[in-house]
Design a protein around this ligand. Structure first.
Ligand code: NAP
Ligand code: ZN
Ligand code: ZN
Length: 347
């Protein structure tokens, strides 16, 4: 066991503060990583404030982790001390169910183990995430990271990147497809970059007028301000695919109207309140509404390699660990371009 500095929320109503936790000594297949950067996902905020009602306190958020390997177990074959490594949203799964065997560990029938707020399969306790100096995980859940791109820009790929890449691939988005990305935050800005890189015609659907120029710089071909009727009317029945990344309660029906016949809206954003969708809004136009959860380990590595090949990283604002509570407030106001990443040397 080793004592590790961390930042934790002790209750849903209190700010995150310094805390310390015990990490296990590496088991034969474990990799120990000194965390260099950790991205700040809106899921961290939802969890720290118990907005989904499932938080076990104290909670140490953070699942966009990059760092350097400091120790490996005797049977580790994939990593060596000194190499760069990454950990995303999950650190374990049963590895026996059909989903796990297919590399869809995020849909493990026996429950995947989240990087934080998860229950270890061996009953040893709760998992604690990347707002900490060090982490230990089984090598099968650790990813290879290139040294050719800035590490702070790679960190958000571990959640925001894979969460947007996976549905774009699953629904075979490509050349000629009209894609709307709803919400320009951490996920949304990766959705724009990735969909554009796959050859789609990308429209940013945003409720923030100030984000138009940035959306275009990120690769969006068009920008629609969703509060402006003059701009939303022309995209009625327009999109083949909408990637919905909105974190707050909103009217899904408004965006379903923007789908073409057979169009699909994939929800990756997870607002706390359930959506109300009349069947008629799907029946007319044979539309679908779907969901997608992060990505499995093979696809996450594929995405990292794809981003390295296409020179894609996240646009980040690096913050100190002590600035995390302010960063949460700014994230709620949409005041982040477009992902906060914590420099873990500041903890
Ligand atoms: P974020 O950076 O805060 O971005 C969310 C964006 O949603 C905002 O930038 C804003 O974009 C839009 N938005 C916010 N409030 C809105 C409102 N009231 N009406 C309309 N649009 C609004 O958050 P994120 O880290 O990208 O995460 C987004 C959501 O995805 C969160 O709920 C998170 O928990 C979830 N998530 C899911 C998965 C998964 O596997 N499915 C993985 C990671 C995260 P505009 O200003 O452009 O409108
Ligand atoms: Zn996340
Ligand atoms: Zn499984």
């Amino acid at each position: 066991m080793s004592k590790t500095k961390a930042y934790a929320a002790q209750t849903a109503a209190t700010p995150l503060e310094e805390w310390s936790l015990e990490r296990r000594a590496p088991k034969p297949h474990d990799v120990q990583i000194e965390i260099l950067y950790c991205g700040v996902c809106h899921s961290d905020l939802h969890t720290a404030r118990n907005e989904w009602g499932n938080t076990i306190f104290p909670v140490v958020p953070g699942h966009e982790i990059v760092g350097r390997v400091t120790a490996v177990g005797d049977h580790v074959s994939k990593f060596k001390v000194g190499q760069l490594a990454g950990i995303g949203c999950l650190v374990d799964s049963c590895r026996e169910c059909d989903n796990c065997k297919e590399g869809l560990e995020q849909y493990c029938s026996n429950g995947m183990v989240g990087t934080y707020n998860g229950q270890e399969k061996d009953g040893s306790g709760i998992t604690y995430g990347g707002y900490s100096k060090q982490i230990v995980a089984h090598e099968d859940f650790v990813l290879h990271i290139t040294d050719k791109q800035p590490l702070e820009g790679i960190a958000p790929l571990l959640c925001a990147g894979i969460t947007t890449y996976s549905p774009l691939k699953h629904w075979k988005v490509g050349k000629g497809d009209k894609v709307g990305v709803l919400g320009l935050g951490g996920l949304g800005h990766m959705g724009v970059k990735l969909a554009a890189s796959m050859g789609a015609e990308v429209t940013m659907l945003s409720h923030s007028p100030s984000k138009e120029a940035d959306a275009k710089k990120l690769g969006a071909h068009k920008f629609v301000l969703t509060s402006d009727k003059g701009q939303t009317k022309p995209v009625k029945g327009y999109f083949d695919f909408i990637l919905n990344t909105v974190s707050a309660d909103h009217d899904y029906n408004f965006y379903l109207r923007m789908l073409s016949t057979n169009g699909v809206m994939v929800c990756v954003g997870a607002p706390p309140t359930p959506a109300k969708i009349p069947a008629f809004n799907l029946i007319g136009g044979r539309k679908s509404i779907a969901g997608s959860n992060i990505g499995g380990l093979p696809e996450t590595q594929e995405m990292l390699d794809y981003c390295a090949e296409h020179n894609i990283v996240s646009d980040v604002e690096v913050i100190k660990m002590s600035e995390i509570n302010e960063a949460y407030e700014r994230m709620l106001k949409g005041d982040v371009k477009y992902r906060f990443v914590i420099d873990m040397s500041t903890l």
